[in-house]
Write a protein that binds this ligand. Sequence first.
Ligand code: ADP
Ligand code: ZN
Length: 364
Amino acid sequence: SVLTVPVGLGDRSYDVMIGDGALEAAAPRLPGIFPRQRAIIVTDRHIAPLHLERVTAVLAGAGIACDPIVMEPGEATKSFAGLEQLVDALLERNIERSEAVIALGGGVIGDLTGFAAAVTKRGVGFVQIPTTLLAQVDSSVGGKTGINTRQGKNFAGAFHQPRLVIADTAFITTLPERERRAGYAEIIKAALIGDATMFDRLDAAGANVLHGAPLARAIADAVAFKAHIVAQDELEHGRRALLNLGHTFAHAFEAEAPRDAIRHGEAVAAGIALAFRYSVARGECPASDADRVETHLRTIGLPWSAATLAHKDWDAGRLVARMRDDKKNQAGEITLILARGIGKAWIDPRIDAAHLVAFLETSL
Ligand code: ADP
Ligand code: ZN
């Protein structure tokens, strides 16, 4: 069965359809989104041979002809060069503002295509068909699109909401297990921020939560949670920052580790565990809650500390220096999302760097 989660953003509200067969379930909606009866589909060279045929067949069944644009896989595509190539390709196809472009892929394809859609002819529509668990949970809500620049990740971008998101779990059957686990980190993150009963449910399912109906339910819960927060704070002036739980640590790990040594979700999992441990160290969170978080991450097969990441050679001072550089900080201060317990995250915008270095030195 397919679950539909509404994302309420006034006149830019849209649905996220989730589950095995979400693509077929979405078919009746497609003619309304593609009035010229053609869909430009942006995907990458890995995904095209695996999933493009099915997407093309479902669209054909809805009377829509597909016109694919196949990009190179990998983070380098999320660049000014990739943007130029894609905008060019869209304009060569005479895309009109009444049309929408489909992003069929992971975070790289989704972020790039969303940004290209936002700027081409000052904004064409876009439909997301995320094919990684990470993208299904994470980039499907919030409308963040963009590319990396020389200065940093996602430093050029726009908020551009999709018309529809189709998170079909059939796509992730071809995803390596490590990628699936990494994507799960963004699911558990939602529960730990603000939904203790969701955590209990995920914890009771254990490793089974990575497959089948429990996974679809977990994606839907995480998407609904995120939609709720984003609806309150679309442009991230306040509560939306809670969604960065684990991420300030994660971005530092990712910046310090060799290229491709660790996955984003793995860094987030370790970062979440550290946020709980640091909260305990400050006397603000029961140790038993941090224990439960670590045990759950271990059960899933995710890192649950800095020492259990695939890269291990960390330096506390360098990590904290990276955390100072995080673009989410205000005026040179470190903002961290901490927790008073499971489901009780809060924002501390004034973290003492020296104190944090001392804590990290004991936990690396
Ligand atoms: P994310 O940021 O969502 O984790 P990326 O866009 O970086 O994902 O994609 C990671 C890699 O996985 C890319 O090489 C991409 O081509 C590949 N990929 C994406 N979706 C699938 C899938 N469903 N099956 C197999 N490989 C996939
Ligand atoms: Zn993330």
